[in-house]
Design a protein around this ligand. Structure first.
Ligand code: TYM
Length: 333
C-alpha cells in the first residue's frame, strides 16, 4: 500500500476560536483528514510563551478540543491530541535549539511583532517559538502544514532547521510546506478593516465560533462601509473589499455574483449585503457553537479523545526522536 502523505497542524488555546482559525486552518483539516495521515493538536506549550493564566488553561485546552470536534474533526480519521501530552516534542525542541541561531530567530517577523512596544523582559520561549513549532512538525516527519498566512515565516524556519539537521547529521526530515488547498495562504480580515481576525484583540471585529446569533448580527452591522460606488465598475475601498472577501468565504457563488453585479451597477445596498453576510455566517457558526457547548459538558469524553490521540501520536514521535538522538550521537548502549 502506498504511504499517505503526513500532515500536521495546531492551534494555541489562547482564547475563543474564530472564523480566521476556521477558514485559515480548520476547514482544510476537515478535507485533509479524508485522504492524508493527519496529526492535529492543541498547542498548549506555545500558549505559555505569552503567560496564560494557569487557572484557565485547562478550560481553554478542552474548549479547543471541543471546537475541533464540533467543526467535524474525526478522531477515527485524524490523530487529535494535546501538545504537552507528547513530551517527545520538548526533547526534539531541545535538540533543534542547537541548530537555531539567535540572529535568525530575532529576525522572524512574528517575533518582531510580538515584542513591539513591550517593555517587560522578553522570554526565551517567545524567541524560540518557531523552533518548538518546527519540533511539532518534524516529530511526525510531516510535509504539509495547513495554516493561515501569518504562519508562513515559521514554516520557513522549520524548513531551514530540517535541512540543516539533514546536512549535519544525515537525512531524517522531509522539508515541510505551508499548505492551502486554494494554493494561496489565507488571511481573514477583521470587520473594522484594521488587520486580521484574532483570538485576543479586537473582539468586536472578530466573529468567534462561540458567538450568539445576535452578537454576529451586531458585529456585522457595525462593520465599516463607505459612501457606495458612484460610477459603474469602480474599484472597491479596503472595507468593502473585506466584506466581499468574507462573503466569498461563507456564501454561495450565486450570492457573491449577485452583490458583485449590484456593486458594478452602483445599485448595491450595503445593509442588504450585511444582512446576507450575517445570515450565512450564522448558518455556519450556530451548529458548531451548539455542538461545542454540548461537548464541553462532557469532559470525560474529551479526556478519552485526548488520551487515545496522545497514544497514537506517540508511536510516530518516539520513532523520529530515537532516530534524531542516534544521528546526533546520543546513543551510548
Ligand atoms: P494560532 O493559534 O494563532 O492560529 C491557528 C491557525 O489559525 C490561523 N489563523 C488565521 N488564518 C487566516 N486568517 C486569520 N485571521 C487567522 N488567524 C489565525 C493560523 O494561521 C493558524 O493556522 N503557531 C501556531 C500554532 C502552532 C502550529 C504548530 C501550527 C504551533 N505549532 C505546528 C502548525 C504546525 C499559532 O499560533 O496558531
Amino acid at each position: 500500500m502506498q504511504q499517505r502523505e503526513i500532515v500536521v497542524s495546531g492551534i494555541r488555546p489562547t482564547g475563543f476560536l474564530h472564523l480566521g482559525n476556521y477558514f485559515g486552518a480548520i476547514r482544510q483539516y476537515l478535507h485533509m483528514q479524508e485522504s492524508y495521515e493527519c496529526y492535529f493538536f492543541v498547542a498548549d506549550y506555545h500558549a505559555l510563551t505569552t503567560h496564560q493564566d494557569p487557572k484557565l488553561l485547562r478550560t481553554q485546552v478542552y474548549r479547543v478540543l471541543a471546537e475541533y470536534l464540533a467543526c467535524g474533526l474525526d478522531p477515527e480519521k485524524a490523530t487529535i491530541y494535546v501538545q504537552s501530552d507528547l513530551p517527545e516534542k520538548a526533547e526534539l525542541y531541545l535538540l533543534l535549539n542547537m541548530l537555531a541561531y539567535k540572529g535568525e530567530l530575532e529576525k522572524v517577523p512574528t517575533f518582531k511583532e510580538k515584542i513591539r512596544g513591550r517593555h517587560e523582559s522578553i522570554n526565551a520561549g517567545l524567541l524560540t517559538y518557531p523552533v518548538l513549532m518546527a519540533a511539532d512538525i518534524l516529530i511526525h516527519r510531516a510535509i504539509k502544514v495547513p495554516v493561515g498566512k501569518d504562519q508562513e515565516p515559521h514554516l520557513e524556519m522549520a524548513r531551514n532547521l530540517a535541512s540543516r539537521f539533514n546536512q549535519k547529521f544525515g537525512f531524517l526530515f522531509p522539508e515541510p510546506m505551508a499548505f492551502s488547498e486554494t494554493g494561496e495562504l489565507l488571511k481573514v480580515p477583521s470587520l473594522d478593516g484594521k488587520g486580521k481576525m484574532s483570538k485576543s484583540e479586537n473582539e468586536m471585529a472578530t466573529i468567534y465560533l462561540a458567538d450568539s446569533d445576535e452578537l454576529i448580527r451586531k458585529k456585522i452591522a457595525r462593520a465599516k462601509t463607505d459612501a457606495g460606488p458612484s460610477t459603474p465598475h469602480s474599484p472597491k475601498s479596503p472595507e468593502i473589499e473585506n466584506l466581499f472577501l468574507l462573503l466569498k468565504l461563507v456564501s454561495s457563488p450565486e450570492t457573491v455574483a449577485h452583490f458583485e453585479e449590484a456593486y458594478d451597477r452602483c445599485t448595491i445596498r450595503y445593509g442588504e449585503l450585511k444582512q446576507q453576510l450575517a445570515n450565512d455566517m450564522i448558518r455556519l457558526v450556530a451548529p458548531i457553537r451548539q455542538r461545542a457547548a454540548d461537548l464541553q459538558n462532557d469532559v470525560e469524553y474529551l479526556k478519552k479523545i485526548r488520551k487515545v490521540g496522545a497514544e497514537k501520536a506517540r508511536d510516530s514521535a518516539q520513532t523520529t526522536l530515537q532516530r534524531a538522538r542516534e544521528l546526533m550521537g546520543i546513543a551510548y548502549d
